[in-house]
Design a binder for this molecule. Structure first.
Ligand code: CTP
Length: 214
C-alpha cells in the first residue's frame, strides 16, 4: 500500500558537545525509529531517515542522513520536511545543550563543576507550527507517569495529528533500548488505540498501517 509520497522519520539520540571529547546524550537505541523506517518502505515511494549516532544498519530502500546534535537534526528535518506527507519524530532529542562549548579538552580542577545548559529548538513543535496542508505529523511521548494525560497535552501543544505514548517507567516491559514495546496512539479527536506488547518491528508495521488507513 504506497499511500504516501515521502515519509520522513527521525531516530536515535542526539549528542550535545561539552568539549572535543565529551558530550551529553541519552539511552535511545534508535530501534523504534529504524523499525518504522524499514516498514515505511511499504507505505511510501520515498523514505528519509534522520538519525543520531546508533549501532544499527540502515534498512534497504531508506535514505539516511546522519547527524549528531539537536541543531543538526533540526536543520535536516526542516530541510526534508517541505515535501514530506508523513513525518514521525521518533528521536530522543536533547531538550538542553551546554551553553558554552570548549574548543579544547577541559581540564579538571578541585571542587565542583557546573555546566550551564540552554534549551534546544523543539523540532516537533516547530514542524507543527509550520505544518503544510495535507501533511500528517506524529510524535512520541516517552512518559513515566500520567502517561496518556501528558501525551494528550503534548499532541495539543505541538499541533500533532497523532501522538504515540510510550511507558518508559522501570515497571514497563518495553521502551528505551528494548526490542519490544507497547504503546497507545492518541489522535486529534482524543481517540485512544492500544497496541499491546510486541516486537518493535511488528509494532512499527501496525503504527504505519493505523496512520495510513486513518
Ligand atoms: N522533540 C523534538 N525536539 C526536541 C525535543 C523533543 O522534536 N527538542 C520531539 C521528540 O522527538 C518526540 C516529542 O518531541 O516526538 C517528545 O516531546 P517532549 O515534549 O520533548 O517530551 P519529553 O522529552 O518527554 O519532555 P517533557 O516531558 O519534559 O516535556
Amino acid at each position: 500500500m504506497k499511500k504516501f509520497k515521502k515519509i520522513l522519520i527521525s531516530a536515535g539520540p542526539t549528542r550535545e558537545k561539552i568539549d572535543p571529547v565529551r558530550f551529553i546524550s541519552n539511552r535511545s537505541s534508535g530501534k523504534m525509529g529504524y523499525a518504522l523506517a524499514e516498514k515505511a518502505v511499504d507505505f511510501a515511494e520515498n523514505v528519509v531517515l534522520v538519525s543520531g549516532p546508533v549501532n544499527l544498519e540502515v534498512p534497504s530502500g531508506v535514505q539516511c542522513i546522519n547527524i549528531e546534535s539537536a541543531a543538526e537534526m533540526a536543520a535536516a528535518m526542516f530541510h526534508e520536511s517541505h515535501d514530506a506527507d508523513l513525518i514521525i519524530m521518533c528521536a530522543a532529542v536533547a531538550d538542553y545543550r551546554p551553553k558554552f562549548v570548549h574548543d579544547t579538552k577541559m581540564k579538571k580542577s578541585d571542587g565542583d563543576l557546573t555546566i550551564v545548559l540552554e534549551r534546544t529548538t523543539d523540532i516537533l513543535k516547530t514542524l507543527g507550527e509550520n505544518k503544510k496542508a495535507g501533511q500528517i505529523l506524529a510524535g512520541f511521548a516517552a512518559e513515566t507517569n500520567d502517561i496518556l494525560e501528558n501525551a494528550q497535552s503534548k499532541l495539543e501543544r505541538k499541533n500533532l495529528d497523532f501522538i504515540i505514548a510510550n511507558d518508559v517507567s522501570s515497571s514497563s516491559q518495553g521502551g528505551f533500548a528494548k526490542d519490544v514495546n507497547a504503546v497507545t496512539i492518541i489522535d486529534r479527536s482524543g481517540h485512544r488505540e492500544v497496541f499491546d506488547l510486541c516486537s518493535k518491528k511488528e509494532l512499527a508495521g501496525k503504527i504505519l498501517k493505523y496512520i495510513a488507513v486513518y
